[in-house]
Design a protein around this ligand. Structure first.
Ligand code: ADP
Ligand code: MG
Length: 567
């Protein structure tokens, strides 16, 4: 199918008219297959990139299935349901999205044959469900238990799961940095995202990314010494007493922030005096508790900052709520709603508080705090597009590592797991009633799409590769997969191509779920429009590549990823 054919099917809004029975099913199956076809050639490390041109003329080059689905303008109702399934895979698991969609498309293609041969959709749906169940059992039985403390193993998993989504060298480098980050804080077979901070500083190369011990806090622009008067605040404090203020250190202007109404010079004088008094008392309060650093959730008046600097107190304003929370955890400080409430009992301790400049961005690093370990990954990226892809990769990688460390089980990649599962299904199919057997065999055949596609993208002969792969698995060689650079069928575990069992498991379930959903629908009819939903979808699409560069306020990670809400 040509690209134009595909886009015509996928953007077919006329499909929102009423259609039923076989016609509806045929149309839906084509839409599902078109979507899968679109993603197919991006699968695996040798997958090709796609260039997406937005209606606004923005061009995005990507190899990541989830990233593509996000940006495509898909209107066909069933296709949007498939996209939804895929994005759940992405959000919950962080990987395996392309696999899920491609497998779903193949399940639909084989289902079409079965329908032509007179099988009832319900029989196919039941058979697919049984097959998925059995497939996952076979996968789990054969999963390899790994030592979550072995960084080399973790690196292998991290690289396999994200390699091919983008520039190979960069992904490997970033995968290693993510392993370094996770290894730094990991305890007891668990990865606590609350101990990890991800930041980006615009400019610099992807290879400038670094893992920093401690918690990295952005300095809002006005906290920097650009505006800070003499004497400058200290750059580095050891054994720091930390205060957290969930308020501002400035005088609230009455009535909606308008200028204070002063009638005479005397009034002005009195107002200044009043301000001085309040500011002096705020500073005094901080000095009284021996604070070395104060993190303030709102703004700090320049005069207060000046006074604080004179006292040798570093003031950081507009600290995000979640960062205050992390600081609280890390230092043992409790935040107060107003600086007047501050007592020594509220303060916390940090080994070192240090200011750092990376590119044009200023950070405060808080580390060696008593009792809590924190680690930060500072990412760099020259352009918005790069930063966007880096963010996706790194986030996916964190999720995948969490899965693999917590479950401790991997399966061989490079088509090996699919070939193994297909073999198990063919064995299983012989014992079930004839009609369902056909569906289970169809499921097994559909799984071949993964190794076949990997072979195709690498320029190998897909038929030869599949025949060899099948015969190796038939002989019980469960780790046999495709070495894409040499074309051999070999033990891929030895080559370090392993994926978390959870990714594969979820991809198989998602694919089965999506395909059976399409098969069950026998009518597409216009329903009431859910405006809210639509608005939301538009917003999602809008989170395009421009976003990260615009976020020069330093909080690009704040945008709607589950890691951000994970506390
Ligand atoms: P997905 O979105 O499904 O994760 P990818 O484009 O990341 O799609 O491709 C994943 C597939 O690529 C998996 O089947 C995985 O085993 C395979 N793969 C990854 N690295 C290698 C490698 N070095 N050699 C062969 N296959 C690989
Ligand atoms: Mg992947």
């Amino acid at each position: 199918m040509t690209i134009t054919d595909r886009s015509r099917i996928l953007s077919d809004t006329s499909a929102t008219g009423r259609v039923s029975g076989g016609d509806a099913r045929t149309a839906n199956i084509s839409a599902g297959r078109a979507l899968a076809d679109l993603l197919r050639t991006t699968l695996g490390p040798k997958g090709l990139d796609k260039m997406l041109v937005g209606s606004d003329g923005k061009v995005v080059v990507t190899n990541d299935g989830a990233s593509m689905l996000d940006r495509l303008d898909i209107e066909q109702p069933i296709a949007t349901v498939l996209v939804e399934t895929a994005s759940q895979q992405e959000d919950r698991i962080g990987d395996g999205t392309t696999t899920a969609v491609v497998l779903a498309g193949e399940l639909l293609a084989t289902a079409e044959d079965l329908l032509d041969r007179g099988l009832h959709p319900t029989t196919i749906v039941d058979g697919y469900h049984r097959a998925a169940q059995r497939a996952v059992e076979a996968l789990d039985q054969d999963a390899i238990v790994i030592d979550g403390d072995d960084p080399e193993r973790l690196r292998e998993v991290a690289r396999t799961t994200i390699t091919g989504k983008w520039d190979a060298e960069a992904t490997a480098f970033l995968a290693d940095r993510v392993v370094e980050t996770v290894t730094a804080i990991r305890g007891d077979r668990a990865v606590d995202f609350r101990k990890i901070t991800r930041k980006t500083a615009p400019g610099g190369s992807v290879f400038d990314a670094q893992v920093l011990d401690g918690l990295l806090i952005d300095m809002a622009e006005s906290s920097t010494d650009v505006v800070s008067p003499e004497p400058g605040p200290p750059r580095r404090i050891e054994g720091a007493t930390v205060a957290l203020v969930d308020d501002q250190l400035t005088i609230e202007t009455p009535t909606g922030g308008g200028p204070v109404d002063v009638e005479s010079a005397a009034d002005l004088e009195r107002f200044r005096a009043y301000e001085d008094e309040v500011y002096a008392s705020q500073v005094e309060r901080l000095a009284d508790v021996d604070a070395d650093v104060v993190f303030c959730q709102k703004s700090i008046d320049d005069r207060v900052r000046y006074l604080l600097a004179k006292e040798g107190i570093l003031a950081v304003e507009r600290t995000r709520q979640d960062e205050l929370y992390k600081l609280g955890r890390a230092t043992g400080a409790r935040y107060v709603a107003s600086v007047d409430e501050l007592t020594p009992a509220h303060t916390g301790r940090a080994g070192v508080v240090e200011r750092r400049t990376v590119g044009a961005t200023q950070f405060t690093v808080v580390r060696d705090a008593e009792g809590f370990d924190q680690v930060s990954l500072l990412l760099r990226g020259g352009t918005a597009h790069v930063a966007d892809e880096v963010k996706r990769l790194v986030d996916d990688c964190f999720h995948v590592l969490k899965l693999v460390i917590e479950e401790g089980r991997v399966v061989p990649g490079a088509g090996a797991a699919e070939a193994h599962v297909a073999q198990a299904l063919r064995d299983y199919a012989t014992g079930v009633p004839r009609r369902e057997q056909l569906a289970i065999e169809a499921f097994a055949d559909s799984l071949d799409v993964i190794p076949r596609t990997l072979a195709e993208t690498a320029g190998l002969d897909p038929v030869d590769s599949l025949v060899e792969l099948r015969s190796r698995h038939h002989r019980g060689d469960r780790r046999a997969g495709l070495a894409l650079d040499t074309g051999e069928v070999t033990d891929v575990v030895e080559r370090g191509v392993v994926e978390p069992a959870a990714v594969k498991r979820r991809a198989i379930y998602s694919a089965a779920e999506a395909a059976t959903l399409v098969l069950r629908v026998d009518e597409v009819a216009p329903g009431a429009t859910d405006r809210d939903d639509h608005g939301h979808a538009e917003e999602d699409h809008a989170h395009g590549p421009g976003e990260l560069v615009e976020s020069t306020d330093g909080y690009p990670w704040a945008v709607g990823h589950s890691m951000g809400h994970d506390h």
